[in-house]
Design a protein. Structure first.
Length: 114
């Protein structure tokens, strides 16, 4: 039985600036057709994250995959902003932050070698 899988793509310009990450997302869609996929640069081109909406997606998911390229040894700005806004103290961490307890979170990072 397939678990509720959420895949979050954190590339800043997935459709115009990445061959590898775009291919990874296309492959994931084929391999996991029932997974919910959030492509952050399409959902939030203005970087105004709908925190409650994103938290609801995370809460209903059993497996969370964060897919993003490695930019200058860190995550892209939109993924960083999404994490800073969505993973609020008291929600995901801190003494009362238990909403991600028991969930599997994986990172799939692509590092371009040039």
């Amino acid at each position: 039985m397939m678990k509720n899988v959420l895949i979050v793509s954190g590339h800043t310009d997935l459709n115009n600036d990445s061959v590898a990450n775009k291919q990874i997302m296309e492959d994931l869609k084929k391999l996991l057709p029932d997974a919910e996929i959030s492509i952050l640069d399409e959902l939030y081109p203005d970087y105004k994250i709908d925190v409650k909406r994103e938290q609801e997606k995370l809460e209903k998911s059993e497996i969370i995959v964060l897919q993003f390229p490695l930019f200058w040894y860190g995550m892209p700005s939109i993924m960083n902003k999404w994490m800073e806004d969505t993973f609020e103290h008291g929600w995901s961490h801190g003494s009362t932050g238990d909403k991600l307890h028991g969930k599997k979170i994986n990172r799939f990072i692509y590092r371009r070698c040039t």
